[in-house]
Design a protein around this ligand. Structure first.
Ligand code: NCD
Length: 328
């Protein structure tokens, strides 16, 4: 049982996903369904990106209160490719900086007939909070919530691994770096655990290791050389200095020596192991530049999969939620 309010708020009375706030509580079948739909959009692509009209007549608003390149652009492209009207709010010049509450901003967008609100914010709990107040035709998609959750990233990571490795069951997956501040790690852990990987390892310096109540069943390492031994997947994470107060992080060069994913270290992983990174990367800090660009890297594939996964999520939500015409 979970007490996370995001889990219950994201489903409607019939149990369908109405919002996507967390991967927690999604079944393996639901996750697999989203991966399959994303794969369909990819397979359909040919020379031109796949398109359909699943979101025709709907309006998607992107509200990013924190910086983003990949996630914001891929949500925008995904919505456009499904025929939606899309607005991107420039949050530096939004009324929130003038003191307007988030709910008032949301009500304003709702009054303009926005249907799907894609939100990124540094405040934990905000997507679930907002979801409780929106009109019945409005959905909230979490595009990065503080250190808590980044569900579409977890999905695109799972899709990337499935494309290269096929089956999750035999895999040993390592997530390495600043685990404690990483919403990417939390959503990836939820996805990989539900999809049934053989072993999930987390490796971090002691100051960046989450508390014992999180990442249940993950094997913990503070030594990257031991952690990487025999794994099939290595996910490197950026040090999130913007979320820290008081952690003792060495300078970049020392961190790279102690914890960076290097070609030398990759030799300890299983032959054919892949290297992932959600971006943005700090080259030669958490990951060596030659590894990031090398044959084992699937980083660009993750980016490509991001568009397809967001198409799958948008199309699924649009199918589950009646458009506002039904509520008038
Ligand atoms: C990450 C994020 O914002 O959580 N990036 C992303 O969405 N691809 C990771 C990070 O900022 O380090």
């Amino acid at each position: 049982m979970t007490h996370d309010p995001s889990v219950s708020v994201q489903r409607d009375a019939e149990g369908r996903l109405r919002h996507l706030i967390t991967l927690e509580g999604l079944t393996a079948a639901e996750l697999t369904g989203l991966l399959n739909l994303a794969q369909f959009y990819l397979r359909d692509s040919g020379d031109l990106p796949a398109r359909d009209q699943s979101l025709w007549g709907r309006t998607v608003a992107n509200l990013f209160f924190e910086p983003s390149t990949r996630t914001r652009v891929s949500f925008e492209l995904a919505a456009l490719r499904l025929g939606a009207d899309v607005v991107n709010l420039d949050m530096q010049s939004s009324s929130r900086v003038k003191g307007e509450t988030v709910l008032d901003t949301i009500y304003t967008l709702q009054a303009m007939h926005a249907d799907i609100l894609v939100m990124r914010d540094a405040e934990p709990g905000l997507p679930a909070y907002v979801a409780r107040f929106v009109a019945p035709h409005v959905s909230i998609l979490n595009a990065g919530e503080a250190t808590v959750s980044h569900p579409t990233q977890g999905l695109l990571d799972a899709l990337t691994v499935r494309q290269v490795k096929g089956d999750f069951a035999p895999l040993r997956v390592l997530i390495a770096g600043d685990i404690s501040h990483s919403r990417v790690a939390r959503s990836a852990w939820q996805a990989f655990t539900t999809l049934g990987v053989a072993e999930l390892r987390i490796a971090a310096p002691d100051d960046l290791m989450p508390g014992p109540r999180e990442f249940a069943d993950a094997t913990r390492f503070n030594d990257i050389d031991r952690a990487i031994d025999g794994v099939d997947v290595v996910m490197a994470l950026r040090i999130q200095r913007e979320r820290m107060s008081g952690a003792h992080i060495p300078d970049d060069a020392s961190y790279h020596r102690a914890f960076g994913i290097t070609a030398e270290r990759m030799k300890k992983a299983r032959p054919g192991a892949i290297v992932m990174h959600p971006g943005p990367m700090n080259r030669d800090v958490e990951i060596a530049s030659d590894v990031a660009d090398g044959p084992q890297s699937v980083i660009q594939r993750q980016v490509a999969n991001g568009v397809a996964i967001r198409m799958a999520v948008l199309a699924t939500i649009a199918r589950n939620v009646q458009s506002r015409r039904h509520f008038q």
